[in-house]
Structure formats: C-alpha cells, structure tokens
Design a protein. Structure first.
Length: 101
C-alpha cells in the first residue's frame, strides 16, 4: 500500500515540476524516482534527481563525453546548459545551478 501511495505522490509531484514533459520521458522519470536506490529520499528530492538524470542521459551528450574519457564532473559541466534547456522545455521553473554544491 505504501508503495502505491509513493508512486501516486511521485506522479503528482512530477506533474507540477515538469508539466510539459513528453509522456515517454515522464514514464522513465517516474520509474527512476520510484527505484530502490531513491526510495529512502523524500518524494521531492527523488523526483528532482530522476528529472535531472533523465535530462542528462537522454537529452545531452553526457554519456558520449564519458565514453570519450571525460570525468563525471567535467562531462556534467559541459552539458549543464543543455540540461537547463531541457528543463525549460519541460516547463520546469527550477534549474541546475553551476554554483550549487
């Protein structure tokens, strides 16, 4: 029962966070947010982690940069603007801040 409630809470949070996201991305994000490695996190944090993960891996050159030998921090730096553009297209008012720790 708790898992069903969490999934519902995640879906509701995502609809508010990224109201314009395509359904294919929504489904993938929802699955990641409900994955075991994020279940210990509050819904809002798990949802944000899933959103940024999907944007980074599915809509940027992040994985190619890693394959080319860039470390994770460097690759993330180079795709930061692309991720924020995806977030904007999805109607998200939140952005990744390069200065945030």
């Amino acid at each position: 029962m708790k898992s069903n409630r969490r999934r519902k809470d995640i879906a509701e949070h995502l609809r508010i966070l990224i109201p314009l996201v395509p359904m294919a991305d929504f489904i993938e994000i929802e699955a990641v947010a409900d994955a075991g490695h994020l279940r210990h996190l509050p819904v809002s944090i798990a949802a944000w982690q899933a959103v940024t993960t999907r944007a980074r891996h599915a809509h940027t050159d992040y994985d190619e940069l890693l394959e080319d030998g860039y470390d994770q921090d460097s690759a993330r730096h180079f795709v930061l603007d692309d991720i924020n553009e995806v977030l904007e297209r999805w109607g998200c008012t939140r952005r990744i801040d390069v200065n945030a720790d």
